[in-house]
Design a protein around this ligand. Structure first.
Ligand code: ADP
Ligand code: MG
Length: 469
């Protein structure tokens, strides 16, 4: 990059930032910044005060700023603040700085508590809505070899939360195999056995959004205070913790809860070590307890599930229908449920009996639509269709921007939606190595955070690939 284009470059950064933070935040913290120079990926900016600089260096602003600079200027970007005097250099990605891991880290507690938006005002004793759905009980969770370990660990955890070898309990497995159900079952059982315990189920996505909102509104003490009260914290789909700020706050919360004897239950669609973009110190923490995998149900379990679910819906299925469905629908419990519901709809709307014929018809729809395992080929062809490019082009060596982008998005989707290894993705995407694939995945996930257009592409594509989600 030349020396004179700092104004242009900063303008581009501002556009991106403006798309990603509330307007008031943009005006207050980013608009007053003046670009001074850009030389060899060193951008110098002028900020009005030391306090201003420190605010920019906090989450989540720093996250957005760093990602934007990396994207516009390059991965080795450095930032120099001019605050009239003195000067400070910041190297990215410094926000990943390690915290000494051998020592307890006190979770920041702010005594000067103001209004906690999470607590119902006027009630002395803390009440927190646990977000549990009564239908996701252990009673409704059918046992099979595919889930025996996870289920029995879950039952033990519910017996004596915080005081068992499984802390954290880490439940992982593919989509639709019962992670949400089982983690909620634990929460419900705790509520039954230990009504005084404060239980909270939260999706990783919600946790992340709450944290980011809290950071923007200067409410981090409220946020942390709220989470420090929880006795049994269930966080669903932690593979979505992909931003350094969220990981950082979660790391401290995790340590705090552990040290104070609370129970943590986590779910993820992959095993701890395979979570993409997860900081190592967190992966290490996840390994402290037990990680239990939910597997796809085998034939016997599928039969049990079909019988139980149909009885629940008040329909009766003949043995040959059950056998047919259990043979054909092998992907996930969610698909088995979907089939029952479709059969139910047919039989009530059209007053049809549930015959083997009807079962075959319905199964065909279900298996064709979304239960067929997504393959790299399928994803690649959907991406090609979407961007109107040919499959030859996407695996070619061309560096044309649109093609590179489509290629990277393909790799990202394959990585997230299939079990393909990095090496096999690379080789099927035009002879790339695993590092290239990893790089593509992290580029796309950064872009999803900073670029509305890419975010839309990826969500459109995900929607096309998995219409049920
Ligand atoms: P995941 O969170 O792993 O994607 P869910 O927990 O949402 O999967 O499960 C999908 C559906 O399948 C839910 O309606 C759930 O109740 C049902 N389900 C999953 N496993 C079982 C099981 N072992 N017994 C009964 N229902 C199950
Ligand atoms: Mg789930």
């Amino acid at each position: 990059m030349g020396e004179s284009n700092h104004i242009e470059v900063w303008k581009r950064c501002l556009q991106i930032i403006r798309n990603n933070v509330p307007e008031a935040v943009y005006q207050k913290w980013f608009e007053p910044v003046k670009p001074i120079s850009l030389k060899d990926q060193l951008l110098t900016i002028e900020v009005p005060s030391d306090a201003h600089m420190r605010r920019l260096e906090e989450m989540p602003l720093i996250d957005i700023l760093a990602k934007t600079l990396k994207r516009v200027i390059g991965n080795d970007v450095n930032l120099l603040y001019n605050i009239r005097f003195p000067k400070t250099i910041v190297n990215y990605p410094h926000q990943n700085a390690q915290v000494a891991s051998n020592r307890p880290i006190p979770f920041p507690i702010n005594e000067k508590e103001n209004i906690n938006p999470f607590v119902i005002p006027g009630i002395q004793k803390l009440t927190i809505e646990p977000n549990l759905n009564p239908k996701y009980s252990f009673e409704n969770f059918i046992e099979g070899v595919c889930n025996r370990l996870a289920r029995s660990a879950g039952e033990q955890v519910a017996q004596s939360p915080g005081n068992n070898p499984f802390n954290p309990l880490f439940i992982h497995g593919g989509s639709g195999l019962g992670k949400t159900h089982l983690s909620q079952a634990i929460g419900l059982r705790v509520k039954e056995l230990h009504p005084e315990k404060i239980v909270l189920y939260v999706s990783a996505h919600t946790f992340k959004t709450q944290f980011q909102d809290a950071a923007l509104g200067n409410k981090i003490p409220d946020f942390t205070h709220f989470y420090e009260q929880i006795d049994v914290l269930i966080i669903d789909d932690v593979q979505q913790f992909n931003s350094p700020g969220t990981q950082n706050v979660f790391f401290h919360l995790f340590n705090y809860l552990q040290q104070t004897g609370r129970q943590i239950i986590l779910t993820s669609d992959v095993a701890p070590a395979n979570i993409q973009g997860m900081e190592n110190r967190l992966v290490q923490r996840f390994r402290w307890g037990l990680s239990a995998e939910l597997l796809p149900p085998n034939y016997e379990t599928r039969v049990k599930i079909l019988k139980a679910k149909s009885a629940n819906e008040g329909i009766s299925l003949s043995d040959d229908v059950v056998d047919y469905l259990a043979t054909k629908i092998t992907g996930s419990v969610r698909e088995l449920e979907g089939t029952i519901l479709t059969l139910l709809a047919h039989s009530t709307l059209n007053r049809e009996d549930i015959t083997l014929e009807l079962a075959k018809k319905v199964t065909k729809q279900i298996v064709n639509v979304d239960s067929s395992e997504l393959s790299l080929e399928k994803i690649r062809s959907v991406v090609c269709d979407y961007f109107k490019i040919t499959p030859e082009l996407i695996v070619s060596k061309t560096r044309k921007r649109e093609i590179v982008q489509a290629r990277q998005i393909t790799m990202y989707l394959v990585r997230n939606l299939t079990k393909a290894s990095l090496a096999s993705i690379g080789s099927q995407m035009g002879g790339k190595d695993h590092a290239t694939v990893l790089h593509a995945c992290s580029t796309v996930s950064d872009l999803i955070d900073t670029d509305k257009t890419i975010r839309r592409y990826v969500s459109d594509l995900e929607h096309q690939l998995r219409p049920g989600k």
